[in-house]
Every structure is written in C-alpha cells, then in structure tokens.
Design a protein. Sequence first.
Length: 277
Amino acid sequence: SMDGAPHPASPAGLSAFVAVSQLLGLTLLATTGAWLGRYRGGVAWHSPLQFNAHPLCMVLGMVFLQGDALLVYRVFRHEAKRSTKALHALLHGLALLIALVGIIAVFESHRAKGIPDMYSLHSWCGMAAFVLYLLQVRAGQPPGAPPGPCSTCDIPVSPQWLLGCGFFLFPGASFSLRGRYKSQHIFFGIALFVLSIASCLLGITEMLLFKISDSYSHFVPEGVLANTLGVMLVAFGLVVGYVLTREEWKRPPLAEELALSMDFKTLTEGESPGGGS
C-alpha cells in the first residue's frame, strides 16, 4: 500500500491451491517435453519434427499461460488494478502469440507431408478455441493513461472493443451494462479455458491413435506417459477452476477503485453518492 502498511493476509487455502496449480502447470510442460523428446524425436522447425512444436506450444500457451492469466486477479489481490490488468493482458497476449506459433507449425507440417487440414474433431475444437480466444483477449489502458471510464472498465481490444465503448455512449445504462459484460467476460474466459483443455485431450488421443495404434492397448510406456499428461491437464483445469469459482477468494476492490466506480456511476447515471439525482 502507499502508506507502507502491510497488505492483509490472503484467505486461508488460496496460496496452497495457487502453489499446487503452478506445480501442476510446470509438470505439464515437463511431461509434454519428455513425451516429445523421448518418443517423438524432439522439436525442430524446418524438419519433419516441426509438427511437435504444435502440442508443446498449445499446452504452454492455451493451457498453462491462459490459466495463469485467469489467476492473476486472485494472486495479486492487493496490487493496483492497473498493474494487475497489465499483467493479465500480458499473459493473455503471450499465450495467444505462442498458440499462433503452434497453429502455424501444424499447418506447415501438414502441407509438407500432404496431410489434409481441419477434418478431425480435435482440429474443429482447437480452432474454435483459438479464434474465440483471439476475440476474448483484451487489455486495459496503458500505464500512465489518465483515469476515466476506459481506465476502470477493461475495454477489450477486439471487435468487443466496440461493444465495450458502446456501454459508455448511452447515459443511464452504461454502468449496469458494464457489470453484465464483466460477468459474461468471466464466464467466457473460463469456458474457453475448459475448451482449450478438452482440445488438448482430443489431440493427445488422436496423436496416440495415429502413432501407436497397434500397441496403445498394451499399456506401452508412451501411451501411459501421454495418458498421464491428459490426467494432469484435467487436474490443472480443476484446480484453476476451483480457485476462480470460490466466492471468498475473489479480489476485493481497493478504496480508490470504489471511489472511481462511484464517480463513474454518478457521471453516467446521474446519481450522487448519497443516492440523490
């Protein structure tokens, strides 16, 4: 805090669950790397191994970094909203960039090997997750921007940006619409996270059936390792989802944020802090 007073302690259990999520996330990445390195020959860009960049990038971007971006508001509970939003946007942007590399890798690999694109359920769900994620990602005002409606509302950077700005062009409705939009953004964020994990599970199964279909049913080490990766993906999603849905673990608004919110409501709805018009 600005006066040097210590921040309140985090709610009981929150730090433990966040720590477990990070341990699971790092184990996910290590397991993915071990699978690709030990059984699939590793990762290289301009070679027959280019495809292997796809699962690595999607697990890193669409699962681990996306999950961490969702946790930002729970972990940094007492930091300035602007700084927290910047980190939230940075992690989402980095996840999107890494996922894009993974998508380029799979399309280029398919083209080099003459494999058709976008015919499987995995590819449909995966592309849907990526496109919707692209539309969902948004960022707050850049550091140093003057306070105002846009610095307090997380206006999106995407076609949703127009929707967000529209909330502030209609006096008397923008404050309530902003609240509704925020809840929808949270819902779609969690839904896309779930869809991303489901797409990874489909991709793991598809890859195993393509590569070791004759021995998969015999509990060969590669199949067991890949199945273990799938279980950890589910566990990571469950832990992140649990942290996000605990009502008492939500980030409490700081005093200055409440003041800005009240000032904005007064401006847009014509209400005074005391309730008068």
